[in-house]
Design a protein around this ligand. Structure first.
Ligand code: AMP
Length: 474
């Protein structure tokens, strides 16, 4: 069964730098927030492709020794959030194969919504799959293509895919990247000047990766565009006719880093605008505004500016929470949240608090945080969320649970308020979100807030049924 619904990822690609794998490593380090379960890099020395991938964080996996095993001037990298378990490493990317089009590695951010159908057809024609990831389908489509060149075969493959994909490919002497025609997930293009004035071309899910490696952001890979970087230079081509855009609104609400430019817009600017709009739409009679760090910080700033209520960092986050910690044998209430967050009692005591966060998914974490703030002495806790209620799962690359588990899908706002034990609860409206993103031209996907999916519904139905069986199989 495909592991379609756990595909939060970051991708990078570096062309034409003798330290390509080190630059890929640094870029992945900046994209760690996009996936913390596994990571990998493939490099090319012009003849051979080398791949190293493992479960774990970028800084732990890529030791100097491992990076030394990734020679060459070109590299791609991937960081992934996946389900835990034995098969997770099989799904770690990049995937690397040798086929009739040469040696190719691929890394993918997004979800291919017709991967099940494509895989069945490929298996009927003799393909043998090594993983249950939808990304592997792309390599088989390339191998099966009647086109003779790699770019031709890729074009052929891309035209058969539906859904969300920002893809980076590595061949012996080139990098090819592509984005789905709706532009669900981001993919930025940049340049890095080396000593001697030589230019190397770089790509990354978010521009914060460019900052770390001293690269300059040029523009985005356009939806429906394929960019080929090889010895002959850079070629940009549209591989499919223009289609309506569906940029993921949640990238701006939560997923991307605030220091990134995503879909050509500064994420920090969006988040502050979300907070301002939230203060206008859902004011609160309160004393202080407190963010849930880190996800609520920028929106809380906007809320504070607009409402005039002072901003207070009254929840402190421990940034060093690893995957392994020793749990006490006796139950400690809300242990998981306490590991990550601790309240500043003297800021909260006796205060009416506006607690700002970006979203409520199941409601369980939010309830623990509300309890924590109240136990630290707050007299009232007013929760404000900087987007509309999440009522539908994402099929395009954000990890959301099934509808039955989404508290917003099955409860009224007041029922959610009661569940999270808040004195009041306010969400931003869809119109407010759209305005904060400056989305006059309807270029964003809001499916998780509306249930209105921008791609073919037939496939969504199939995904819904396969999602149920995927979940029950785990
Ligand atoms: P809960 O109250 O359990 O629904 O958790 C809400 C928290 O989960 C918020 O602080 C969000 O920032 C965070 N969150 C929302 N979406 C995701 C996601 N896809 N992955 C991880 N955390 C998320």
């Amino acid at each position: 069964m495909f592991d379609k619904f756990r595909e939060e990822c970051g991708v990078v690609a570096i062309y034409g730098n003798p330290e390509a794998s080190k630059l890929a490593y640094l870029s992945l380090y900046a994209l760690q927030h996009r996936g913390q379960e596994s990571c990998g890099i493939s490099s090319s020395d012009g003849r051979e492709l080398f791949t190293r991938k493992s479960m774990g964080h970028v800084a732990d996996v890529f030791t100097p020794q491992v990076l030394g095993e990734l020679p060459g001037d070109h590299a791609i990298g991937h960081t992934r959030y996946s389900t835990a378990g034995d098969t997770a490493i099989l799904n770690a990317q990049p995937f690397c194969v040798s086929c009739n089009k040469g040696k190719i590695a691929v890394a993918h951010n997004g979800n291919i919504t017709n991967a099940g159908e494509l895989r069945r057809e490929l298996e009927r024609r003799g393909s043998i799959f090594q993983s249950n990831s939808d990304t592997e389908v792309i390599l088989h489509l390339v191998a099966h293509s009647a086109e003779r060149t790699l770019a031709g075969a890729l074009r052929d493959a891309l035209l058969q895919l539906e859904g969300a994909f920002s893809l980076v490919f590595l061949a012996e002497d080139r990098i090819i990247v592509a984005r789905d025609p709706h532009g669900f997930r981001p993919l930025a293009m940049g340049q890095r000047e080396m000593s001697g004035g030589k230019i190397s071309t770089v790509f990354a899910s978010e521009t914060c990766a460019f900052d770390l490696i001293d690269a300059v952001y040029l523009n985005d890979v356009q939806p429906g565009e394929m960019v080929i970087v090889g010895p002959e230079g850079v070629t940009r081509e549209r591989y499919t006719p223009e289609q309506p855009l569906s940029h993921c609104a949640f990238e701006h609400v939560y997923f991307s880093r605030p220091d990134s430019i995503v879909f050509g817009r500064a994420v920090q600017e969006s988040r502050e605008a979300l907070g301002c709009a939230l203060a206008r739409e859902a004011p609160a009679d309160a004393d202080i505004v407190v963010p849930v760090p880190d996800s609520g910080v920028a929106a809380a700033l906007g809320y504070s500016n607009e409402s005039g209520l002072p901003y207070r960092q009254a929840l402190i986050r421990n940034h060093y929470v690893g995957r392994t910690f020793i749990e006490p044998s006796q139950a400690i209430r809300d242990f998981g949240v306490k590991l990550k967050l601790n309240p500043v009692r003297h800021l909260l005591e006796g205060k009416r608090v506006v607690l700002v966060d970006d979203s409520i998914v199941r409601g369980t974490t939010s309830r623990k945080i509300v309890r924590m703030v109240r136990n630290a002495g707050a007299s009232e806790v007013h929760v404000r969320i900087s987007c509309p209620p999440t009522i539908s799962p994402c099929f395009y690359g954000v990890d959301t649970p099934t509808k039955s588990e989404l508290i917003g899908a099955n409860n009224t706002i007041d029922e959610i308020r009661k569940f999270i034990e808040a004195d009041s609860l306010g969400y931003l409206s869809l119109g407010g979100l759209r305005r904060a993103l400056a989305d006059e031209n309807h270029n964003y996907c809001y499916a998780c807030y509306t249930g209105d999916y921008p791609t073919d519904f037939v496939h969504i139905e199939q995904l819904l049924s396969s999602k149920k069986s995927t979940l029950s199989a785990h």
